[in-house]
Design a protein. Structure first.
Length: 83
């Protein structure tokens, strides 16, 4: 019975981790998009430089999200708390 409680707590924490990650990414990408639109609107000549910088940031965020998913699958299938 103890293993079931540990699995339920693990699933609950995984749901919170993924939800908070997506919430933070959504807010951050919204702020980033608004600042990009503002900067391109003020200085249209720098559009290519700004888009390259934004793509670099998006690639780094995608890599962090993949690492988060790998960590959650690690917790699901190789949980160190279950003996």
């Amino acid at each position: 019975m103890e293993n079931i409680e540990i699995l339920v707590a693990t699933l609950y924490c995984i749901g919170i981790m993924i939800g908070m990650a997506f919430l933070g990414m959504g807010i951050g990408l919204g702020n980033l998009g608004s600042k990009v639109a503002e900067s391109v609107g003020r200085n249209p000549e720098t559009k290519s430089d700004i888009t390259h910088a934004v793509m670099t940031v998006l690639i780094v965020l995608a890599i962090f999200l993949l690492i988060l998913f790998a960590f959650t699958f690690l917790l699901l299938f190789y949980n160190p708390l279950i003996v």
